[in-house]
Design a protein around this ligand. Structure first.
Ligand code: AMP
Length: 282
């Protein structure tokens, strides 16, 4: 596997790959790999001739009081893991190459960026949409692979690709979890063992909501109250809990079709997100 830092080099490879009629699968990440990232690389490997994985801790998607500087970085280990999972290239650009002096263009996906995680992280999705646009232009992928862990992000990128007529497909893959149910995340290393146990309750609360719906509950408020009550304990600060349409993230008060239940919570130093899609019919 090749490690490439230069934008010109990676674009040259992408151009030659496409000219040769080969497909490019692209997995954009911020590194500190876990099995969630690896599952995306493996999926891309199965479906493409060439797999490009990127690591870029994107300053534009972090707020001023967030963990940009402290965000876990482990590029040497990531390099080995990406190679093992079948990536051909690890693209690891410098922040100064992605945002050279004078950079002034941003991409904003309206409405979807201001709700859920966007409420407490103003500008976050503008940073995500901008960097994804740039990475897609640089890497020229046929297919981009995103995790359902960041469900809102995947919906935003999917709609951005459609709205801006970008010539690529967006595919998503399921959330990979720890045996406890905790969704894997690079930020889980911020958690102490006790906090990790507590964090597993987030998924348990979502499973309980699913059980309620499968058992016939249709009132979203009642489900949200039950989940909030379950999570109302020391050490868990629930930021939001929403029942929305998985198609366009619009809020659902009555559950008469498939819903996404999504939450964000602060546990110790970590802000964690998780979600579950509840299907009414199997
Ligand atoms: P990140 O490095 O956190 O920006 O994530 C890079 C990609 O991996 C995104 O598309 C995430 O949605 C995806 N991802 C992160 N955690 C998981 C997980 N536990 N399961 C599946 N995909 C994930």
């Amino acid at each position: 596997m090749r490690l490439i830092r230069s934008l010109n080099s990676i674009s040259g490879i992408a151009r030659r790959t496409r000219k040769a009629g080969k497909s490019i699968g692209f997995v954009p990440t911020m590194g500190a790999f876990h099995q969630g990232h690896i599952s995306l690389i493996r999926k891309a490997r199965k479906e493409n001739d060439v797999v490009i994985t990127s690591i870029f801790v994107n300053p534009a998607q972090f707020g001023p009081n967030e963990d940009y500087r402290k965000y876990p970085r482990s590029v040497n280990r990531d390099k080995q893991e990406a190679a093992k999972a079948g990536s051909d290239i690890l693209f690891f650009p410098k922040a100064s190459s992605i945002y050279p002096k004078g950079h002034k263009t941003h991409v904003e996906v309206e409405r979807l960026s201001d709700i859920m995680c966007g409420k407490s992280r103003p500008g976050h999705f503008r940073g995500v949409a901008t960097v994804c646009t740039k990475l897609f232009n640089i890497v020229m992928p046929d297919t981009v692979y995103l995790g359902q862990k960041d469900f809102q992000q995947a919906v935003i990128i999917r709609d951005m690709v459609k709205d801006l007529n970008m010539n690529l497909k967006v595919k998503t893959a399921p959330i990979v979890r720890e045996p406890s149910g905790l969704a894997m995340s690079s930020r889980n290393i911020y958690l102490t063992p006790a906090q990790k146990d507590r964090a597993a309750l987030l998924y348990e609360s979502l499973k309980r909501a699913e059980q309620m719906i499968k058992g016939g509950a249709r009132n979203a408020s009642k489900i949200k109250s039950a989940v909030s009550r379950f999570l109302n304990r020391p050490g868990i600060k629930l930021e939001y809990l929403m029942v929305v349409s998985p198609a366009d993230l619009s809020e659902r008060s009555v559950i008469n079709e498939d819903v996404l239940i999504a939450l964000a919570a602060k546990i110790g130093k970590a802000r964690l997100i998780d979600n579950i899609v509840v299907k009414l019919k199997n």
